[in-house]
Write a protein that binds this ligand. Structure first.
Ligand code: NAD
Length: 392
C-alpha cells in the first residue's frame, strides 16, 4: 500500500459547484502532432467537472482506494500538514497553478518518494537535480493543456493591444468614455509578433495568429522544419536579442531552467521597441520582476500580461498586481474544465503504469532512472537548480 499525497488548489469560495455553465465539454480526439490522448483503463469522473480543486480530487479516490492505497488530498502546500505526509509519501501529485515546491531539502525529508507527478505541464517546482540524485521519477501530462494556454496567450495579446481592460472598467463604472478607452487601443493587424520557444504551445500560438495579418517571428534553441516556417511565413531569429528588437509583441513559451531564468532584465527590455507588449504564460522567473514594472512605468513596455507569478500565490502587495497597463490573471490558463479532464485522465494513466511497474510513456517523462528523460531531456537542463522556485 502506498501513500499518495495530492496537493490541489482550494475549492471555490462559494463551495464545490452543484452544476456547471455547460452540460458537457467537446471531446478532442487527438493532439495536433498525433500524440495519443491520455488513455487510462477507465475514469471515475465526468469530463467537465471541477477536478483540479481539493473536492475534485482529480477523480482519483475511488481508483486508488480500491487498489488499497491511501490518498491524502490537501491544499496545504507550505505548512505542517504537507510536511507530515511528505515524510512517508511514495507519490506526490502537484500542479503548477498551486505548486507544492519540492526543494532539495524537502526531497531529503521524503525517503519513500518515488514519483513526483505534475497534473499539468511544467515541473520546475521540483528540484530536478535533487530528483535525479534521489532516483525519483518526475512525470507530467504533456500536451494536456497546451492548447488551453495557447488560447489564453492569444486572448491576452489582443487584450493588451486592444486596451480591453480599461474599456471593460469604464462599462462597470457606468461610463461611456470612448476617448479614454481608445487612447491606447491599436489593431494587431500589421504588427510584428515574436514567439520565444516554438514548442507545443508556441507553435499553437503561431498557428492561431497567422490569420491575423501579422508578421510572425520566433526564437528557439531548436529550429523548426523549413516546411513549417514556410507554411506560416515565419522569420527565425538565432537569439532572443535579435527577436525582441524586431517585434511589437513578444509572447513567451520557454520552460524555466538556467538558460531562461531572468532572461528579461533591464538590459534586454531596453533593446525593445518603445511601446512593445509582453505576454508571458510560461514562468514568472523568466522576467526580472521589478525591471518589468520599471519598463511599464517608463513606457518602454505598453503592456504586460500573463498568468504566471513568483511565488504562487503572490503576496497581496506583489507589484504586478498594481503596475500600470497590465492584464494579469492568476495562473489559470492551463486549468480550464476542458484541460482538467485531460490532465486528470493523464495523471491516472501515469499512476496505473507506475503501480503496475509498466513504463510510463516517454512523452510524459521529465526525470527517470537518475537522469533527464523523455520530453524532459529535450526541454530542461539539469545544471544547477532547475528553478529557484524549487528552493522556496
Ligand atoms: P515544449 O517542451 O513543447 O516546448 C518548449 C520549447 O522551448 C522547445 O521547443 C525548446 O526547444 C524551447 N526552449 C528551451 N529552452 C529554450 C531557450 N533557452 N530559449 C528558447 N527556446 C528554448 O513545452 P510546452 O508544452 O510548449 O510548454 C512550455 C512551457 O510553458 C512549460 O515548460 C511551462 O513552463 C509553461 N506552461 C505554462 C502553463 C500555464 O498554465 N500557464 C501550462 C503549460 C505549460
Amino acid at each position: 500500500m502506498a501513500k499518495i499525497l495530492c496537493v490541489l488548489y482550494p475549492d471555490p469560495v462559494t463551495g464545490y459547484p452543484p452544476e456547471y455553465a455547460r452540460d458537457s465539454i467537446p471531446m478532442v480526439e487527438a493532439y495536433p502532432d498525433g500524440q495519443p490522448m491520455p488513455s487510462p483503463a477507465t475514469i471515475d469522473f465526468t469530463p467537465g467537472e471541477l477536478l483540479g480543486c481539493v473536492s475534485g480530487e482529480l477523480g482519483l479516490r475511488k481508483y486508488l482506494e480500491a487498489a488499497g492505497h491511501e490518498l491524502v488530498v490537501t491544499s496545504d502546500k507550505d505548512g505542517a500538514e504537507f510536511e507530515r505526509h511528505l515524510a512517508d509519501a511514495e507519490v506526490v501529485i502537484s500542479q503548477p497553478f498551486w505548486p507544492a515546491y519540492l526543494s532539495a531539502e524537502r526531497i531529503a525529508k521524503a525517503p519513500n518518494l518515488k514519483l513526483a507527478l505534475t497534473a499539468g505541464i511544467g515541473s520546475d517546482h521540483v528540484d530536478l537535480d535533487a530528483a535525479i540524485k534521489s532516483g525519483i521519477t518526475v512525470a507530467e501530462v504533456t500536451y494536456s493543456n497546451s492548447i488551453s494556454v495557447a488560447e489564453h496567450a492569444v486572448m491576452q495579446i489582443l487584450t493588451l493591444v486592444r486596451n480591453f481592460v480599461p474599456s471593460y472598467k469604464w462599462v462597470i463604472e457606468g461610463g461611456w468614455n470612448i476617448a479614454d478607452c481608445v487612447e491606447r487601443a491599436y489593431d494587431l493587424e500589421g504588427m510584428d509578433v515574436g514567439v520565444i520557444a516554438a514548442g507545443r504551445i508556441g507553435q499553437a500560438v503561431l498557428r492561431r495568429l497567422a490569420p491575423f495579418g501579422v508578421r510572425l517571428h520566433y526564437f528557439d534553441t531548436r529550429r523548426l522544419p523549413l516546411e513549417l516556417e514556410q507554411e506560416l511565413n515565419l522569420t527565425f531569429h538565432d537569439s532572443v536579442e535579435s527577436l525582441v528588437s524586431s517585434v511589437d509583441v513578444v509572447d513567451v513559451h520557454a520552460p524555466l531552467h538556467p538558460s531562461t531564468y531572468h532572461m528579461f532584465d533591464a538590459d534586454l527590455l531596453a533593446t525593445m521597441r518603445r511601446g512593445s507588449y509582453i505576454v508571458n504564460t510560461a514562468r514568472a522567473e523568466i522576467m526580472v520582476r521589478d525591471d518589468v514594472v520599471a519598463a511599464l512605468e517608463s513606457g518602454r513596455l505598453a503592456g504586460y500580461a500573463g498568468d504566471v507569478w513568483y511565488p504562487q500565490p503572490p503576496a497581496a502587495d506583489h507589484p504586478w498586481r498594481t503596475m500600470p497597463h497590465h492584464a494579469m490573471t492568476p495562473h489559470v490558463s492551463g486549468t480550464t474544465l476542458s484541460a482538467q479532464a485531460r490532465y486528470a485522465a493523464g495523471a491516472r494513466e501515469i499512476l496505473e503504469d507506475f503501480f503496475a511497474g509498466s513504463p510510463i510513456r516517454d512523452e510524459y517523462l521529465i526525470v527517470d532512472g537518475g537522469a533527464l528523460a523523455g520530453v524532459g531531456a529535450a526541454s530542461y537542463t539539469a545544471d544547477g537548480k532547475a528553478s529557484p522556485g524549487a528552493g522556496a
